[in-house]
Design a binder for this molecule. Structure first.
Ligand SMILES: NC(=O)C1=CN([C@@H]2O[C@H](COP(=O)(O)OP(=O)(O)OC[C@H]3O[C@@H](n4cnc5c(N)ncnc54)[C@H](O)[C@@H]3O)[C@@H](O)[C@H]2O)C=CC1
Ligand SMILES: CC(=O)[C@H](N)C(=O)O
Length: 374
């Protein structure tokens, strides 16, 4: 569902439903590293204590050197100021990223280090991007379990302990073969069959639990596969939809690791990041839920190749199916078929003019598509 429609639906639902989380005053168990556990009191407005609407938030992004983090930092820095947004990761940042604003080393498995960063930098918003994605997760289940589940526990505890507003993205991979489709509702059966999907359902449920139990201001969007031009994806099933553009331009050839008819939901990065900022800025009492789907378009490798051939008729696409990725890509939810063709043809006619994916253009597609579907 397009972001604008999602957000207005959120607002509408909020007007009709009981506001807030129904939190009871509770205590948050605080994890300590070197001394005995203590308790701090919390209440229903716990999350709003450290962030006044007139102040800029102080943001920490974990796993910030992946496909999405640098773009999000750029957007948030434009809005809140360069020094109010800290990127962090366990990798060494490239020069341009290092010189574009604050960067700090942070391993989310190191609870004490994470807490130090939050305290020393007076962090108020935490965007938790560190994760192992679907394909790399299946290749290393133990590491995926550790980063995606143990790491998340650290993040939740730190966020609850310090009254942070916490964003954790989920994914279309949090659905499974038994989830309903066309459209997949926000609330439905979720029985994914990858460690990535299972860890993201766990994140959704743990975040919501901490919200109800401790008043943690947890927010979550289920992202589709994200398409970006200047950052590369980190090992997911939807990576082909980025790689194809690079290979097409560099070599005129592309070898796809999914079947030509594998339909997957996708979104352009600017729209995804804008949705993230919008959901983070939305006042807590207007959110009727804590986890929402967001959606833009769905297409198959074959449809994407056909559209690209309108701009590059010589493009050669071959298929060498990766059974792991193919099994993962079999079951996610998809968008209405009418929306796909309209969006893809508008997108590619824009690509033909500028050779880039433009969010303003896709927004027009949303509106046209919505009219079309209605
Ligand atoms: N890119 C996409 O298509 C989608 C992404 N998402 C979610 O959005 C978030 C960001 O995604 P991407 O940027 O694409 O991921 P990515 O795989 O490109 O980047 C993840 C980052 O996490 C870092 N990381 C790994 N272990 C870590 C640790 N122990 N401590 C700190 N950092 C660690 C990695 O170094 C990497 O830079 C993830 O949570 C992902 O699940 C959800 C759906 C779609
Ligand atoms: C959709 C995602 O979560 C990610 N891009 C993946 O394919 O694993």
């Amino acid at each position: 569902m397009p972001v604008i429609r999602t957000i207005s639906k959120v607002a509408k639902q909020a007007l009709l439903s009981t506001p807030g989380c129904g939190c009871q005053p509770l205590t948050v168990a605080v994890r300590t590293i070197s001394f005995s556990p203590r308790q701090v009191t919390s209440d229903a407005s716990f999350h709003s204590v450290s962030f006044s609407e007139t102040d800029h938030p102080k943001v920490l992004i974990t796993g910030g050197l992946g496909q999405l983090g640098v773009g999000l930092a750029k957007l948030l820095r434009k809005r809140f100021g360069k020094n109010n947004v800290i990127l962090s990761d366990i990798r060494k940042p490239p020069n341009n990223v290092f010189h574009s604003g604050p960067f700090i080393y942070s391993d989310i498995l190191d609870y004490k280090n994470l807490r130090e960063i939050v305290v020393n930098n007076r962090i108020t918003w935490l965007v938790h991007y560190s994760a192992l994605l679907s394909a790399v997760g299946e290749a290393n289940v133990a590491l995926a379990r550790s980063v995606n589940i143990t790491g998340l526990h650290n993040i939740l505890d730190i966020a609850a302990e310090h009254g942070l507003r916490l964003f954790v993205p989920s994914t279309i991979g949090a659905f499974g073969p038994s989830s309903p489709r066309n459209p997949t509702p926000d609330m439905c059966v979720q029985r994914p069959r990858t460690i990535y999907g299972v860890s993201k359902v766990h994140a959704e449920l743990m975040g919501e639990y901490y919200h109800h139990r401790y008043g943690l201001d947890f927010r979550c969007l289920r992202y589709p596969g994200i398409i970006s031009a200047d950052s590369m994806p980190g090992g997911g099933t939807t990576d082909y939809a980025v790689q194809i553009f690079h290979d097409a331009i560099k070599t005129g050839k592309f070898e796809c690791n999914l079947r030509p008819d594998s339909r997957l939901p996708m979104m352009y990065i600017d729209d995804c990041l804008r949705a993230t900022l919008e959901v983070m800025e939305t006042p807590a009492d207007t959110l009727s839920m804590r986890t929402y789907n967001i959606n833009a378009m769905s297409f198959t490798p074959e449809e994407l190749a056909q559209e690209l051939r309108k701009q590059m008729p010589e493009l050669e696409v071959t298929y060498n199916i990766d059974p792991v990725r193919q099994a993962i890509g079999k079951h996610p939810f998809s968008t209405n078929i009418f929306v796909i063709f309209l969006q893809m043809s508008l997108l590619c006619c824009h690509l033909g003019k500028k050779r880039c994916l433009c969010s303003k253009h896709i927004n027009k597609c949303y509106i046209l598509s919505a009219l079309f579907v209605l």
